[in-house]
Design a protein around this ligand. Structure first.
Ligand SMILES: *Cc1c(COP(=O)(O)O)cnc(C)c1O
Length: 411
């Protein structure tokens, strides 16, 4: 199986990628070809400890036998049916996901940005049908990230993603954490507030419980919907199935994706019973969404989170990892400005004089994969199956790379 592409060398593949792939990314010159647990290997057989998990996606790590079996078995049975028909894994997944999120209904799609589109369309249509068609505007936050289709991009609060794509739909962006700013932009045309409980791409910035509870209160006072973007924080990563649970807050609509399929593309919008008729038949849909193969993968992920106790584990290991990061920051206040996060979504904010992208490259050279978030933070989002030994190895590499003898050439 691993031998399938054996005749291509890493160098040849990098050359082809650089020649034919649309150059909207900046991949380093290596090709990942195999993974197991928290480890991945490139085409040259070089091993890396994977603390990206494909941007918080591979919740069960790589090649988890339960996920592998679920996908292989379902692929041999039925991959796709379209939504003209029910299919078994999808129905079972809907039941399980509604149970895990304490929601009434689930709509499935193929990515995070599509889950956000479903949330935004649901909000508009809900008010349209309930006699308030003027409610079209959304309140969102500066430094937020909600995806890249035009609706989700309108909600995204970062110029780097938005520039050159306007005009974008009616959204008011206010500072994250400020209830005063939120309440200052309310008017009769607002349909929803959309919030990440922890801003992921914005640099792993947790919203305080008071802030998140205040948003719920404002939505109730104004009669608008609270949309939670849990695409990065959901499915157990923070130590609860939804990150909003830490604040004791329930949203009206939740967007999920990333960790849900454990690497198989799937997104979901889940909502309360009160919104179950907001998108009537024909008003929204997708050809691939909820297909048996993706559903079987997500079902296997949810079942494995339960059988292996991975949500609680993410919380415990996250506290351990946060402790290690705090100790590192105390040792190196000259290069680390802040460490923050929840569960297995943690970040090290580097001093502004340091080149974060360059440091990610140096960590990779030493065998550790992490991502940059918010421009200046190293984001650690290991698989939920990671161990204390994995965290120790990661911290050792980070410590080495940030050590005084190597920081000379880090800026
Ligand atoms: C990744 C992400 C998205 C977009 O998901 P895609 O699958 O890339 O479309 C939206 N919101 C948040 C919070 C995300 O982290």
């Amino acid at each position: 199986m691993v031998q399938r592409f054996a005749m291509n060398s890493q160098e040849q593949l990098v050359e082809l990628g650089q020649k034919y792939l649309y150059p909207n990314y900046r991949q380093p010159p290596l090709v990942l070809s195999r993974g197991q647990g928290c480890e991945v290997w490139d085409k040259n057989g070089r091993r890396y400890l994977d603390f990206t998990a494909g941007i918080a996606v591979n919740s069960l790590g790589h090649a988890h036998p339960v996920l592998v079996r679920a996908i292989a078995t379902q692929a041999a049975l039925l991959c796709h049916t379209s939504n003209y028909f029910f299919n078994e894994p999808n129905v079972l997944l809907a039941e399980k996901l509604c149970g895990a999120t304490h929601m009434a209904r689930a709509f499935f799609c193929n990515s995070g940005t599509e889950a956000i589109e479903a949330c935004l369309k649901l909000a508009r249509r809900h008010f349209f049908d309930s006699g308030a068609p003027e409610r079209v505007r959304v309140i969102a936050f500066e430094k937020s990230f909600h995806g890249r289709t035009l609706g989700a991009l309108a909600a995204t609060g970062q110029a780097a993603y938005r520039d050159g794509f306007g005009p974008l739909g009616p959204v008011s962006h206010v500072p994250y954490g400020s209830l005063e700013a939120v309440n200052g932009v309310f008017d009769q045309d607002v349909a929803a507030i959309i919030v990440e409980p922890i801003q992921g791409e914005g640099g792993v910035v947790p919203g305080s419980p008071e802030f998140l509870r205040g948003l719920r209160q404002s939505c109730d006072d104004q009669g608008v919907l609270l949309i939670a973007d849990e695409i990065q924080t959901g499915v157990g990563r923070t130590g609860r199935f939804l990150a909003l649970e830490h604040a004791g807050v329930r949203a009206d609509v939740v967007a999920l994706a990333k960790g849900l399929g454990g690497g198989f593309p799937i997104g979901a919008m889940v909502c309360t019973a009160a919104l179950a008729t907001a998108l009537p038949p024909g008003s929204h849909g997708t050809t691939f969404g909820g297909n048996p193969l993706a559903s079987a993968a997500a079902l296997a992920v949810l079942e494995t989170l339960e059988t292996e106790g991975l949500v609680a584990h993410a919380g415990q290991l996250g506290r351990h990892l946060a402790g290690l990061l705090k100790a590192l920051k105390d040792q190196r206040p000259d290069v680390i400005n802040d460490v923050r996060g929840m569960g297995l979504l943690q970040a090290i904010e580097l001093d502004s004089a340091l080149d974060a992208r360059g440091i990610v490259g140096k960590l990779r050279d030493r065998g550790l994969l992490v991502t940059v978030a918010g421009g200046q933070s190293l984001r650690l989002s290991p698989p939920l199956i990671a161990t204390e030994a994995d965290c120790a190895e990661a911290l050792q590499i980070i410590d080495d790379v940030l050590s005084p003898k190597s920081t000379g050439d880090l800026s």
